[in-house]
Ligand binder design. Structure first.
Ligand code: PGA
Length: 253
């Protein structure tokens, strides 16, 4: 983490959060941030679609940002079950996660689709949180950097900037498992991601883009992970569902 990039602590609630629990969680996160004087970091929560609007109301007097977990590429039309960027913006979102590994696996999302979603998000004024990361088999085969290189080439639009794009490195095998790469391994991949972004977008833009680590980040390991040079925050699943844990991670910034 360096002073030039403002850390982002992002909660990915996934398919968790019925109205009463979700709003109570959002309220607690909001109160946590309100109690911080001039925080050095930014906080984001990404609840399920059904409670975005209500969460936005709960967070209205706080600086906690609201994000969604997916979007469609089209502005509107015959796409049953999907949701547009304009709908998310109207619900109060300023961020949207795209290309999470669970969507790549569950819904067959390809790099090309993820890139199109990121472009649509940016066109609609939202910042895209683009997720990449290798599977366990790919890591065991020594292919981590190759996989990440291909995903950056395919998933990150050429129009990405430090304002409209965040990249989250989430090793698939670390998500929800309690396992993480070593700190050196995380820093190695993050530095590699930044150099790939520099080749693609130019050094100034790459220097400004925030790179989040995701995958079993929790209050016990966040301090070390967030201290790494090229880790500019976290995309946090399980530990974002308890306000005290989410706050304890943010306290490590
Ligand atoms: P986890 O999930 O923190 O529960 O591992 C992270 C994510 O999938 O974004």
């Amino acid at each position: 983490m360096t002073a030039k990039r403002r850390p982002l602590i992002a909660g990915n609630w996934k398919m968790n959060g019925l109205q009463s629990d979700g709003l109570a969680l959002a309220y607690s996160v909001g109160e946590y941030l309100k109690a911080k004087e001039d925080p050095s970091f930014e906080m984001l929560v990404c609840p399920p679609f059904t409670i975005l609007t209500a969460t936005n109301v709960v967070l209205s007097d706080t600086d906690v940002k609201l994000g969604a977990q997916n979007c469609h590429t089209a502005e509107k039309g015959a796409h049953t079950g999907d949701i547009s960027v304009a709908m998310l913006a109207e619900a109060g979102c300023s961020y949207v996660i795209v290309g999470h590994s669970e969507r790549r696996t569950d819904c067959g999302e390809t790099d090309e689709m993820v890139c199109a979603k990121a472009e649509a998000a940016n066109a609609g004024g939202l910042t895209a949180v683009i997720c990449i990361g290798e599977t366990e088999a790919e890591r065991d085969d020594g292919k981590t950097l190759d996989v990440v290189k291909t995903q950056i080439a395919g998933s990150v639009p050429g129009t990405a900037t430090a304002e409209n794009t965040v990249v989250a490195y989430e090793p698939v095998w670390a998500i929800g498992t309690g396992r993480t790469p070593t700190n050196d391994e995380v820093q190695e991949v993050h530095a590699f991601i930044r150099s790939e972004l520099a080749d693609k977008l130019g050094g100034d833009i790459a220097d400004g883009i925030r790179l989040l680590y995701g995958g079993s980040m929790n209050p016990g390991n966040a301090n070390d992970l967030l201290a790494l040079d090229d880790v500019d925050g976290g995309l946090i699943g399980g530990a974002s569902l308890k306000a005290a844990d989410f706050g304890a991670v943010a306290d490590c910034c």
